[in-house]
Design a protein around this ligand. Structure first.
Ligand code: ASP
Length: 314
């Protein structure tokens, strides 16, 4: 497969294994470019990429900005605080306004699930979802997959335990879709209060203890307690949560001897993960994830702008 047959990247759900591999293979070449002295190319010279972020972000925004700049694009970051949405403009009006400026790609983060899809229906350029509510965060799952593939050489057949606040996590949803598409075995590990009802319908094994959930796992992916999305009390106390669900060496001992640790960030040390484990340079892939994020975003920007660059319909 050499062509990505979608106009936008709104989620992982619905992507085939071949399409996912296409992004990952291209991202591999961008890792090499990013590590070389000639980091910057002219591929998107004269093209405009807008990062429209209605929610705060440090790493994702920086990563998208860097990715577009490494491809030579003109990049504009628009934060909601300074935008006219605060003055009462609707999402659609914002989209129409941006559309009139002839963008080539629009990267959007929004607190509402589905908002990015809504925007994508109204603009003429490629739209990349940088996280919409609890729904999806596709580039996060792609960079996670790239990190695993580069370390272990494959995704198929691996046991991946995704642990923590699954209920509020778009990262978990995108990862579940991607890992299932690639033939991995996905487990979710959380107290019942932090799991969406009927989550097993997404094709995951459900565990309520770290001991059973982490048993013989190849990958342990920790998630943050997303308190900004919670209305009410989901865990009795942070201390108790860490005791039962925080990743430390004792809980990790039941996983495969060299099981790798992941976290999408931002990390809450001492809440979902112990500092020593997070900083274990042999087993923690947390910084690899950050590095590979730029390469994955370069690959997606490249693929989604190809039809326009080559003068064909998406
Ligand atoms: N950075 C990720 C997200 O935007 C994970 C998190 O915030 O916990 O969903």
């Amino acid at each position: 497969m050499t062509r990505f047959p979608h106009r936008h990247l709104l989620g992982i759900e619905g992507l085939s294994a071949g399409e996912i591999s296409l992004v990952l293979d291209l991202a591999d070449s961008y890792v090499e470019q990013s590590r070389s002295r000639e980091r910057k190319s002219q591929l998107l010279d004269g093209r405009t990429v807008v990062n429209l972020f209605f929610e705060n972000s440090t790493r994702t925004l920086t990563s998208f900005e860097l990715a577009a700049k490494r491809l030579g694009a003109d990049v504009i970051n628009m934060a909601v605080q300074s935008s006219s949405v605060k003055k009462g403009e609707t999402l659609i009006d914002t989209a129409m306004t941006l559309n009139a400026m002839h963008l080539d790609a629009l990267v959007v983060r929004h607190a509402e699930s589905g908002a990015v899809k809504l925007l994508s229906d109204k603009v003429n350029c490629a739209v990349l979802n940088a996280g919409d509510g609890h729904h999806e965060h596709p580039t996060q799952a792609l960079l996670d997959a790239l990190a695993i593939r580069r370390r272990l050489g494959r995704l198929e057949g691996l046991v991946v335990a995704i642990c923590g606040d699954i209920l509020h996590s778009r990262v978990a949803r995108s990862n579940i879709h991607l890992l299932n598409a690639m033939g991995a075995h996905v487990r979710v590990v959380a107290p019942p209060t932090l799991l969406p009802s009927a989550i097993e319908r997404l094709g995951v094994e459900v565990h309520h203890t770290m001991k059973s959930g982490l048993k013989d796992a190849d990958i342990v992916m920790m998630l943050r307690l997303q308190s900004e999305r919670m209305s009410g009390q989901y865990v009795p106390s942070i201390r108790e949560y860490f005791y039962f669900f925080g990743l430390d060496y004792e809980k990790l001992a039941v996983a495969k001897p060299n099981a790798l640790i992941m976290h999408p960030g931002p990390m809450n040390r001492g809440v979902e993960i112990d500092s020593e484990v997070a900083d274990d340079f042999k087993r923690s892939m947390i910084l690899d994830q950050v590095e590979l994020g730029v390469a994955v975003r370069m690959a997606v920007l490249d693929l989604l702008t190809r039809p326009a660059r080559e003068g064909r319909a998406a």
